[in-house]
Design a protein around this ligand. Sequence first.
Ligand SMILES: O=C(O)C(=O)Cc1ccccc1
Length: 330
Amino acid sequence: MPTDASPPASPDQPPRYAFFGPTGTFTEAALRTVAPAGAPADPYPSVDATIAAVRSGLADIGVVPIENSVEGGVSATLDGLAAGDPLLVVGEVVIPVTFVLAARPGTALADVRTVSTHSHAHAQVRRWLDRNLQGARYLPSLSTAAAAAGLAEPVDAEAAGYDAAVCAPLAAARFGLEVLAEDIGDTRGAETRFVLLARPAAPGERPVIPAPTGADKTSLVAFLRADHPGALIEVLEQFVTRGINLSRIESRPTGDALGRYSFSIDCEGHVAESRVGEALMGLHRICERVRFLGSYPQAGSPAVTGSGPGEEAFAAAESWLQRVRAGRSV
Ligand SMILES: O=C(O)C(=O)Cc1ccccc1
């Protein structure tokens, strides 16, 4: 982990990446699918530390998990983005996750009494563990790769405090572990979505919001005004009336008091499009606060964004209103 803030990457310099590490995490695998070969990339031990590295300028781009198809949202990421100095999501990566059970060479499956891994990985292999290692204890680790690394490090076998790790096949290989069982996920085809984070541009700097591609996603956090009947419907209406599809919405406690929630939302479309811009303005009118988290190209097979009237209809309505206001015949 570097300790001095590195200067911001110049246009001809590759960005410096921070990722939720150590080496061998699924997050590193996600990063490698997007970072140019040879780009500097530093591991950080937690989601919070990775986000902090981007905020402080130690890194230009941070990569963290945000959502899993089986276990749902990654709270550390959702909460880290909702509070503190604003950051922008500038990209997303979706990768399949395949878990192995790995141990020090010479360990037999029957010897495994304690298993360590990241809580999200544990949630995805729980049934396999129940069936194949009945009664085995679970010890949470900071990441899947940290669990694998912990088995490689201690000189005496007792020091790790656990017998096996649930991790990526790559992490098992990297830390010299033996794979006791492959593909142990309870759900076939599980995927995790990762986001790429950057600091918003300072005045005079190049904007960091990627240009619209026609298949984009916009992320935001809506903080509702005082609780009242229909508060959530009012938020949803801003999207429905403009033909905008939501791809994720989840509530998170604000931390102020019981019953106080914010809504973390992903919708299809780009802030540069009228329909998304107008929805954001609508939210701004009805919410206590809205935090815009970025517009960026959708990963994978892009969904068609928006239904109903398109950009031309929004532009036509705008110029019609101008004519009405000017008192011209319409
Ligand atoms: O621990 C890791 O390897 C991570 O990158 C977080 C994670 C954990 C489980 C599934 C996907 C990502």
